[in-house]
Write a protein that binds this ligand. Sequence first.
Ligand code: AMP
Ligand code: MG
Length: 328
Amino acid sequence: METPYGKEKETTLQALTVASSLMRGIQNDLRQSIQKEDRTPVTVADYGSQAVICKILNDAFPEDSIVAEEDSTELSKPKHAEVLSRVTQYVNASFPSISSGEICQWIDLGSGDPSHRYWTLDPIDGTKGFLRGDQFAIALALIEGGTVRVGGLACPNIPLDTGGGKQIHGGLFLAIRGQGAIQSDLAGDSGRKIRVSDSDLPSRAILVESLEPAHSDHQLNIELMEKLGISRSSIRMDSQAKYAILARGEASLYVRIPSPQTPGYREKIWDHAAGSILVEEAGGRITDALGRTLDFTCGKTLEKNYGIIVTNGRLHRRVLDALGPLLP
Ligand code: AMP
Ligand code: MG
């Protein structure tokens, strides 16, 4: 009998592997980034990653819509012709003789609407981390009827033990609902199951949080750690790599409350869908700051949720209880 979601799993793996190999080529060629209208940077790598992933998904599942972070509006402007030609050059390494026009069309396959069944993609989550040479992730997930079914993260800079004391950089994380979570190298080899930590002592916990003070409330996390008796310093890290280290037991809580700079911020689906299933399938738990399930049925944002709380499961209730009185 075929394993449920077998084709989705293979396609996710293929998409993430192809996109991470494109990324390896680009890493030393970071000079060109474009400012989007919201003033956030977008790079040759974001566009290249989105183009190849959307193409691979669309070939395998032409009926599915794709909701991705980028589109080709800025990239197609004449003033960005040089950036587009770089994107084309990198994509051509995996897909020879594809024109710039076609690549823009592939990128725009990601402008679908969240429907009953859709994929959501962040072609580079943590662009700022990518530009700094720190952590970033390529994040892809399949959502059906509001439930994340499949999630994959490629984290090209994450340290990875491949056994026998050998450490490399670059890991791929994959979870299928009901089938557990696995970690492998970026080629999809040396796979093994991962689990969250089983510690239920808050004082021994390690908290992981965004590096960017504009993306979450660092001061509130300091107060929360004090209240829980956590003495070890937090790990600050960009992107959904935070979910990956929690899923493999290196941290046991991730707290993301909107920063005082942007108190009304609503989280984007592509920033949490893949990470959420990874942690759940590794035995952990995720809710918003009020203990509510994340609601992936409201479009591109988690409109009905406030903040994101991720734990190894055992600590969840205590973290929510300690957090409640600290919320603004
Ligand atoms: P991180 O690397 O965890 O800081 O998260 C990166 C993600 O933060 C990006 O993909 C953005 O979509 C998202 N983001 C942008 N602005 C904000 C904000 N004001 N608050 C929270 N997240 C944000
Ligand atoms: Mg992102």
